[in-house]
Design a binder for this molecule. Structure first.
Ligand SMILES: N[C@@H](CCC(=O)N[C@@H](CS)C(=O)NCC(=O)O)C(=O)O
Length: 214
């Protein structure tokens, strides 16, 4: 039995954050596949009763602990491993600030945009997609500006704030219909720095469920 089990599926950038962190810290972990697309598993009463009342992935199981919300999972893993851990009150609060910004606005817009554009059947209404795209352009601009003055989001070293923000950023550009790194050279360089960390793996290799059955 591995130390950690992660409920996840390959297309979930929210789950990728936790999977990536587990890999980067060299944890003994295994994924538990959640059939989100065909089976609608996260919406079943069983999943909500037994795995996560919020009806979401990721969920991390560690001993008798069952944790949901990727920000909570990243915090827990950083405290247990001592890795990617923001040090001191200022850094801790700064990392939390970016994790919340990511959940609400960076991944919070990119995830639904990609889902409605590429994965939902039928796809989302063009007006909804246009709304999200405007928001995405704005938040990517904010992130790119932040990364102009430091190698990682908090400072000189990578922390859980970076691992949160990259959640959706390694998926293929075709799935978004645009290249996230185009016009965002600081984001492009930062993504390469994170990709160079030992243990980095693409979401489609790290989590089960890709490609989707037709
Ligand atoms: N803020 C949450 C977001 C989790 C989330 O939205 N997960 C999606 C998959 S990418 C989900 O499980 N959705 C289930 C549903 O909508 O039924 C986190 O960071 O963990």
């Amino acid at each position: 039995m591995p130390d950690y089990q992660l409920y996840c599926f390959a297309q979930s950038g929210n789950a990728y954050r936790a999977a990536l962190m587990l890999n980067l810290i060299g944890a003994d972990w295994k994924p538990v596949y959640v059939d989100f697309f065909k089976g609608g598993e996260t919406r079943t009463p069983k999943y909500r009763a037994e795995v996560n009342e919020m009806g979401e992935v990721p969920v991390l199981v560690h001993g008798d602990k069952k944790l949901a919300q990727s920000g909570v999972i990243l915090t827990y893993l950083s405290e247990h491993s001592g890795k990617f851990k923001p040090e001191g009150e200022d850094e801790r609060l700064e990392a939390l600030r970016w994790i919340i910004f990511d959940n609400q606005k960076v991944s919070g817009y990119l995830g639904p945009y990609r889902f409605l554009r590429t994965l939902a059947k039928p796809p989302g209404h063009p007006a909804v997609l246009e709304f999200f795209k405007g928001r995405i352009d704005n938040v990517l601009g904010i992130l790119d500006k932040r990364l102009a003055t430091r190698p990682f989001v908090v400072g000189a070293e990578p922390t859980i704030a970076d691992l949160s923000l990259v959640g959706y950023l390694y998926y293929p550009p075709e799935e978004f219909g645009f290249d996230i790194t185009a016009g965002h050279q600081n984001i492009a360089a930062w993504l390469n720095r994170i990709k160079a960390l030992p243990g980095w793996t693409h979401p489609y290799e790290l989590m089960p469920g890709y490609p989707l059955p037709q």
